[in-house]
Write a protein that binds this ligand. Sequence first.
Ligand SMILES: Nc1ncnc2c1ncn2[C@@H]1O[C@H](COP(=O)(O)OP(=O)(O)O)[C@@H](O)[C@H]1O
Ligand SMILES: [Mg+2]
Length: 330
Amino acid sequence: MKVVLLASRPAPGAGPDDLDTLAQAAALTQALAELGHETARADFSLDLPSTAQGLAAAAPGAVVNLVESVDGNARLIHLAPALLEDLGLAFTGSDQAAVLLSNHKILGKRLLAPHGIPTPAWTDRAALLRGAPLPGGPLIVKSVTEHASTGLDDASVLTPGDPAELLAALDRAAARHGGEWFAEGYVPGREFNVALLHSPDGPQVLPIAEMHFTNFAPDRPRIVGYDAKWDEASEDYAGTVRSFEFPAADEGLLDSLAHLARRTWSAFGLSGYARVDFRVDEHGRPLVIDVNANPCLSPDAGFAAALRQADIPYPAAVARILDAALSRRA
Ligand SMILES: Nc1ncnc2c1ncn2[C@@H]1O[C@H](COP(=O)(O)OP(=O)(O)O)[C@@H](O)[C@H]1O
Ligand SMILES: [Mg+2]
């Protein structure tokens, strides 16, 4: 079958988070070749008619959607599955609705609560301007639509004295990094990543990973900031260590993480592959902090690490992701 890999072309001077798409494309091209598929590349851009033309000319049996940013930010990434749906093409990962719901962190949080899936309290500009009270305790200032820890560093965690102070912090982040910013309750406890992969019987929960924060000074927030995720030479990169080892005492917690990740998958209508990130509060209760449709498939990222831990060869996982794409359209 002919499979087209659809991605945004990284802008000149793009950061490592944008360049990562190239590493994913290389790994997928190799896996697809091993599966006996012919591959080609297509560029996604805001010139939707020419993107559509390129796709139509390639006449793919399926498209691998690797669009993680558009013109350097993630606000418009749902346009890629929207266009693919409109063209009637089979494509990997989540559909337009699930990409939008998961990529927009406030929309996502609004969906979690009615499904009984715990997530930290939050506030945003509109709520603060309405005079809504602060959630209380330390908060983390996050982008509404960016991923890859964009703009996250120690200064992102703060305890504002009043709403005006928080509003100023949201506006500073927006001025510095662009887009919209909100604040969420900072949960100082353990962090877990739960990867899910399509199977004919519903999503399979892959081995759960914990992110350990080693050598972080006690007064520093324990977060996977931008440097920890992308700057391989930084202390934070070396100090954030993924582990799949758990004592027997964690069995109940791991079960509830798996259960909540499955419920999140169905609440959001995720498809193919996904990853749900959690922090655990002081009562041992897991809270969803991030829902990732189409998570990074680079060999050195969390999803591939979970595959290795599950003894699922990378090409076999790609075959399952492709199956999901083809069966959704059927
Ligand atoms: N509410 C929170 N409490 C504690 N840490 C958080 C919280 N939200 C985010 N973080 C930290 O910031 C990192 C990135 O935030 P996340 O919400 O996962 O966004 P991204 O889409 O950039 O991955 C997380 O891996 C975690 O370390
Ligand atoms: Mg995350």
